[in-house]
Design a protein around this ligand. Structure first.
Ligand code: NAD
Ligand code: UDP
Length: 316
């Protein structure tokens, strides 16, 4: 297959490019590097089956000009994903989730390509149902501090289904739950990066609120395997892909301190507005229809991730 990966220079997108290349697909990464890094794809820059184009997917003309030839699938991972990033880029985030998704859907339609939408557990908002199955409609503040991201992704899902129903476009929608691993940016503000960087530097770990809120963390290799299973399978989705292992932020902080051997203390900071109190994927659909489930538990995944951050900080 020849696959366009929008957001291919990001954390998840670059691992996805690697996995596609490893199985023999040709890959075109489309990225404007707003939150991604050329370094994430530097190791495949000379790969004969890899191309990288620098383009903003919101710019329909530039996107069309940048893409030619046969395209079998378009995978849309383009969007700021860390709260710190989307707070700083509210209008860009709404643009990429609306105009950007629409432009990529049009590319799919013109090329007769399968369209794959990377959505998020954030469509469930601060969930009142726990764990979250795909049938849960969510509890999102449409004007809150996180709304530029949550509503952009909800709109992307709706637009994807509208193309599917109106044009018969072959589509897939994944709802990705918190994913971590090498190539996260040390300063992206997400909890895993913050805690590991703080622990390695011997600085206090900043727990927001009382730290009893939960997340369920999936190691990037498991996540990418799930994305490919959905791409290749016959399920439209949405399908949750995440690791059901659920941890409080205090448990995560303790684990990071243990695994880094750090002497860092824990300090508490204000909880951001609308921060979800709990999050855990129900992955029954993924298990049943895709034969997928995660294999790497948090302790193991953190042990694989800490050396990457140590190298990034020059502490290895
Ligand atoms: P990331 O910020 O590392 O990657 C996003 C990539 O999209 C970056 O390379 C960025 O430069 C690119 N991008 C953003 N706007 C663009 C635009 N207008 N045109 C072209 N490229 C653009 O984030 P990530 O964690 O790798 O997330 C990738 C995708 O997965 C995002 O769509 C995100 O919403 C989704 N997701 C991620 C997680 C997670 O835990 N990492 C969870 C849920 C959903
Ligand atoms: N968080 C924290 N300390 C930090 C960064 C985040 O306690 O330094 C908390 C945050 O409030 C949230 C959880 O960790 O409850 C996950 O945050 P992240 O930004 O990684 O992802 P998301 O909120 O999008 O799930």
């Amino acid at each position: 297959m020849r696959v366009v990966v929008a957001g291919g220079a990001g954390f998840l997108g670059s691992h996805l490019c690697d996995a596609l290349l490893a199985r023999g697909d040709r890959v075109v990464s489309v990225d404007n590097f707003v939150t991604g890094r050329p370094a994430n794809i530097a190791h495949v820059a000379e790969h004969p089956d890899f191309e990288s184009v620098e383009v903003d997917v919101v710019d329909a003309g530039a996107l069309t000009d940048a893409l030619d030839g046969e395209i079998d699938a378009v995978m849309n991972l383009a969007s700021a994903a860390s709260p710190k990033d989307y707070y700083a880029l509210p209008i860009e985030t709404l643009d990429v989730g609306s105009l950007g998704t629409r432009n990529l859907l049009e590319v799919s339609r013109r090329h007769g390509a399968r369209f794959f939408m990377a959505s998020t557990s954030e469509v469930y908002g601060d969930p009142l149902e726990h764990p979250q199955p795909e049938t849960y409609w969510g509890h999102v503040n449409p004007i809150g501090q996180r709304s530029m991201y949550d509503e952009a992704k909800r709109f992307s899902e709706a637009l994807t289904m509208a193309y599917h129903r109106t044009h018969g476009l072959d589509v897939r929608i994944v709802r990705i739950f918190n994913t971590y691993g090498p190539r996260m940016q040390p300063d992206d503000g997400r909890v895993v990066s913050n805690f590991i960087v703080q622990a390695l530097r011997g600085e206090p770990l900043t727990v927001f609120g009382d730290g009893r809120q939960t997340r369920s963390f999936c190691y990037v290799a498991d996540e990418v395997r799930g994305l490919l299973a959905l791409l290749d399978g016959d399920q439209t989705g949405p399908i949750n892909i995440g690791n059901p292992g659920e941890f409080t932020m205090l448990e995560l902080a303790d684990l990071v301190i243990e695994l880094t051997g750090s002497a860092s203390p824990i300090v508490h900071r204000d909880l951001p507005q609308d921060d979800p109190k709990q999050r855990q994927p129900d992955i029954t659909l993924a298990r049943t229809h895709l034969g997928w489930e995660p294999e790497i538990v948090l302790r193991e995944g953190l042990a694989l991730t800490i050396p990457y951050f140590a190298a990034e900080l020059g502490l290895d």
